[in-house]
Design a protein around this ligand. Structure first.
Ligand code: GRF
Length: 190
């Protein structure tokens, strides 16, 4: 059965594009039914529209910190598109356990570190500061504990002696664009 995939973004959506293109070329038996952003200025929205994908914006700012109210609108909006799978792709809002429970086992996230190392933010700077030789990215099933669910896949990226967080992030992002489609394919075929 062709799985229906909703993709949540906050920014440029480069991971969203790599997922969409892997579905468009038939590599995965799935189709993108929604690209949703929490920021109306998210650059990924125009990219999704250019590909003819339905888009929605649920701006978190008007909710002024009321997570439950924001997530109620988020859940309702996503639900109208009847996704089988939700992919968080550069989505920068922390979701509560209540929301995650509604999509238990159906939501993936990509994180720019070799989990379980460096959950949270500033992953590349932390790896450099720790003197690590290897960085990377991970796709996992989303659970209530941040960046902690069952791993679907990981890719390693060597840390070079003159790397900055930005130069490392750029190389990791290239690997993310390979990893996420492969991970979605594995997950969709389960
Ligand atoms: C990526 O590094 C991803 O790992 C993180 O957000 C960054 C930007 O992603 N979650 P994108 O270009 O918006 O897909």
């Amino acid at each position: 059965m062709t799985k229906r995939v909703a993709i949540l973004i906050s920014g440029g959506g480069s991971n969203m594009i790599s997922l969409v293109e892997s579905m468009e070329n038939g590599d995965i038996d799935a189709k993108p039914v929604l690209v949703l952003a929490n920021d109306p200025e998210a650059g990924g929205l125009a990219k999704a529209r250019a590909k003819g994908i339905a888009t929605e914006v649920v701006n978190h700012r008007p909710f002024d910190g009321d997570r439950a109210a924001f997530e109620a609108v988020l859940h309702k909006t996503i639900s109208t598109y009847r996704p089988d799978i939700i992919c968080l792709a550069g989505f920068m809002r922390v979701l509560t356990a209540d929301f995650i429970d509604k999509w238990q086992g159906k939501m993936l996230n990509i994180h720019p570190s070799l989990l379980p190392k460096y959950t949270g933010l500033h992953t590349h700077q932390r790896a450099i500061d720790a003197g690590d030789r290897i960085a990377g990215c991970s796709v996992h099933v989303v659970t209530a504990k941040l960046d902690d669910g069952p791993l679907i896949g990981q890719l390693e990226v060597p840390i070079l002696t003159n790397d900055t967080a930005d130069t490392l992030a750029a190389r990791v992002l290239v690997e993310e664009h390979k990893l996420y489609p492969a991970a979605l394919k594995t997950f969709a075929n389960q």
